[in-house]
Design a protein around this ligand. Structure first.
Ligand SMILES: [Mn+2]
Length: 279
């Protein structure tokens, strides 16, 4: 049995990027994420926002044991030497009050510049600050750079005020989904705007979350990477030791015997087939 074909062995990456878990929401695929975290390790794990759904929790407390297990799993990885960076999103923006802070070895940062093993620089951010730009794309393109910058500043200010008033964040992804006909256009517009921000930050690429739409693609010379989510698609981005970025999808692996030594031949074959299907 070699390492590659053994589904119960941990895969180690240089970096893992995970976002939009929405712990505290009933839709969070916590069990899948636990399986994933059991079988995937990295030198660095970057949490790219909306890990905890603070707005959901504010309305009604929903925190079953698997939510604790995810938090414990991450803290345990931090204790064992994994560098963990937490970039808050709009659903866990209470964390935005603590930039530069460390919680149990987890660093909190508004943005992060990731140096990949191949020398590429990636701007890592959640992405919600660009909602306003996407909504008003045509107007802002007409008004130019100054208006664009102002719109972002105003959006950040407004969401802070809304938060203080106890109002929920205006959700781009939920809104885009409602506008089915236009959703594709808006996802494209979001990707373009975020890629442009990476260019302005002098980065080669951008890694973000927020719109629950995982993808790796090049947009006008900028590598655009979206981590997806753990509400529907169960995706993560892995950086290999040579700097290659890979989109991982983790849906079919539930039920694979993870920490058992006495796995039968049939179980092994099934697990192998499932894990290959999931990859
Ligand atoms: Mn978000």
């Amino acid at each position: 049995m070699t390492t590659e074909t053994n589904p119960s062995s941990t895969r180690h990456y240089k970096t893992l990027f995970i976002s939009d878990v929405h712990l505290g929401s009933k839709a969070a695929k916590t069990d899948y994420l636990l399986d994933f975290l059991r079988l995937h390790d990295a030198d660095t794990i970057v949490l790219v926002g909306d890990i905890v759904d603070g707005w959901r929790l504010k309305r009604s407390w929903y925190w079953p044991q698997p939510c604790n297990d995810v938090v414990q799993k991450l803290l345990r990885k931090a204790r064992k030497g994994t560098r963990i960076i937490y970039i808050p999103g709009n659903h866990d923006e209470f964390m935005r009050d603590f930039p530069g802070m460390h919680f149990g070895g987890i660093e909190v940062a508004q943005r992060h510049m990731h140096e990949a093993a191949d020398g590429r620089r990636y701007l890592v951010l959640h992405g919600d600050e660009f909602d306003v730009v996407v909504r008003n794309a045509r107007l802002l393109a007409y008004l130019g750079d100054w208006a664009y910058d102002m719109a972002i500043v105003i959006n950040i200010g407004l969401s802070a005020v809304r938060r203080r008033l106890g109002m929920p964040y205006w959700s781009f992804s939920a809104w885009a989904k409602l506008q089915v006909k236009h959703a594709v256009n808006f996802i494209g517009e979001f990707q373009r705007v975020v890629a442009e921000e990476a260019r302005r930050a002098d980065a080669d690429g951008v890694i973000c979350g927020h719109i629950h739409h995982a993808v790796i693609e090049d947009i006008e010379g900028i590598r655009y990477i979206n981590t997806g989510d753990w509400v529907e698609s169960c995706t993560a981005i892995a950086e290999h030791t040579d700097g290659t970025m890979e989109l991982l999808t983790w849906q079919q692996v539930k039920g694979v015997p993870v920490e058992r030594e006495d796995t039968s031949e049939v179980e092994m074959l099934m697990a192998r087939a499932l894990s290959q299907h999931a990859a």
